[in-house]
Design a protein around this ligand. Structure first.
Ligand SMILES: Cc1ncc(COP(=O)(O)O)c(C=O)c1O
Length: 468
């Protein structure tokens, strides 16, 4: 058999889009006009955009041709039937509800399921998930895995997305009214690390006798399944659909942003076993999203997703994705940054606290690093530090720090080649060389929730000049 490097793109390019190359002055102006918040910088001022892997995928020729067969009927569209069949086959869950993106699924599902004062426990709730739990008047408890604890030792860091089982048992035995346990697969806020089937099975064992629902945030279900086949000897020979199905079989329901492993630019879903809960979700959906067979999407979007959910499980594509993330982590490490290992699939996470130890958490080291990458070469990444996961101190003191100061270099699906990533590594090396000269930021304006999307910041020092 001919051997190809695993990170060679297993596709060729049929349609292209030029990318912008703003000058140093344009970059400085764009960032200042954006209130030093990369979410507010226009995409036309970005050369390589690694802000997110969400909704940024390149669709295949098969998806684009399916788009033309979209059935745009208001009710009972044929495009829904195809989508429903694929999701049922994938998850084994009979109740399939499309929505326009992940947070719509979260708002509808948690708004229906949770009562004020109740608790949702997770490995880590993603920020939008946490916002929906709070909007329902309920409370989140995050229990990220602790490989050092008894019961979790088999993972030895390979399943960094696992929930802390000992902590979970303690919460379940306590006085709190836990309504559901959520496993985010893979754990985006926790470094894109996978959850093992064994961990999920334990969660089910603890929850089922207590009548507590187990839910998957399945936004990256295929990437999680692939990493399971690489890291768990029990699943080495299993196919991706089989691993994914084994995980879904252990859950009572799931929700997902299909802007990730749906390989499309918009979409989301809720899939459930409980018909009564699904009926209540559909009634809520009608108020905010549309009719239950389109859920805020066009028929053509459903067609693209139906194909995308198949394509994403191609083992060669997933291997390329995992290997290119790992290769990219090597490049960033060579550039001088501490990176999270082992890498997952959708991003490489850099530890800004370690690299910018002179910037304390309330001065937003992850933001400082992300902004420097933009100023140096119009590379856009995202801050997953105190701006995102910290918060204002209720007493008016300095910001509550996040548990980690990560910068995430997300990898849009099928969009950038190795050359683009080599350019990013080059820019990263320029920033790393001047890391000690970078200064932090303070927040001038912020929203009460999800503040990072719109916050206005001010630099606490002079900008550092870069080469070009
Ligand atoms: C794990 C996870 N859950 C939920 C969401 C929210 O999805 P959306 O952006 O489609 O609303 C995201 C988005 O990044 C995510 O990574």
């Amino acid at each position: 058999m001919m051997v190809t490097p695993p990170f060679m793109e297993p596709f060729r390019i049929k349609s292209v889009e030029p990318i912008p190359f703003p000058t140093a002055e344009e970059r400085r102006n764009s960032l200042a006009q954006a209130g030093f918040n990369l979410f507010r910088v226009p995409a036309r001022q970005v050369t390589v955009d690694l802000l997110t892997d969400s909704g940024t995928a390149a669709m295949s020729a098969a998806q684009w041709s399916a788009v033309f067969s979209g059935d745009e009927s208001y009710a009972g569209a044929r495009s829904y039937e195809g989508f429903e069949a694929v999701v049922r086959e994938l998850t084994g869950m009979p109740e399939v509800i499309p929505v326009h993106q992940g947070r719509a699924a979260e708002r509808i599902l948690f708004g229906t399921l949770l009562r004020p004062g109740e608790i949702s426990v997770a490995n880590t709730h993603f920020d939008t998930t946490a916002a929906s739990v709070a909007a329902a008047g309920a409370r989140c408890i995050d229990l990220p895995g602790r490989p050092d604890l008894p019961g979790n030792t088999e993972d030895s860091g390979l399943f960094g997305g696992n929930i802390d089982l000992e902590g979970l048992e303690r919460v379940l035995r306590g006085p709190e009214k836990v309504r559901c346990v959520v496993l985010t697969v893979t754990d985006n806020a926790g470094g894109g690390q996978p959850v093992s089937p064994a961990n999920l099975a334990e969660v089910r064992r603890l929850c089922a006798p207590r009548g507590i629902g187990v839910l998957l945030d399945a936004s990256r279900f295929a990437e999680n399944a692939y990493l399971v086949t690489r890291r768990d000897p029990e699943w080495v020979r299993a196919s991706i659909p089989d691993v994914a199905r084994a995980m879904f079989d252990l859950a009572d329901g799931c929700f997902a942003s299909l802007k990730k492993d749906g390989l499309a630019n918009t979409g989301g879903l809720i899939a459930l076993r409980d018909a009564a809960l699904a009926r209540d979700c559909r009634n809520r959906l009608i108020e905010v999203e549309g009719f239950p067979t389109y859920g805020g999407l066009a028929g053509r979007d459903l067609e693209a997703l139906t194909k995308g959910l198949h394509e994403v499980m191609d083992p060669r594509y997933l291997e390329y994705r995992a290997e290119s993330a790992s290769w990219f982590a090597d490049q960033l490490e060579t550039a001088g940054f501490p990176v999270l290992r082992p890498t997952g699939c959708h991003a490489v996470y850099v530890d800004a606290a370690a690299k910018l130890a002179h910037i304390p958490a309330p001065e937003l080291p992850a933001t400082a690093l992300a902004n420097a990458l933009y100023l140096a070469g119009a590379v856009r990444v995202t801050d997953l530090g105190t701006l995102v996961f910290g918060g204002p101190d209720p007493e008016g003191g300095p910001d509550r720090p996040a548990p980690r100061e990560w910068v995430r270099f997300a990898l849009p699906r099928r969009v950038y080649t190795r050359n683009h990533l080599e350019y990013v590594a080059d820019i990263a090396a320029q920033v790393a060389a001047k890391a000690t000269a970078l200064s932090g930021y303070r927040i001038l304006e912020q929203a009460r929730t999800l503040r990072h999307f719109t916050a206005v910041l001010a630099p606490l020092g002079e900008p550092v000049p870069f080469e070009h």
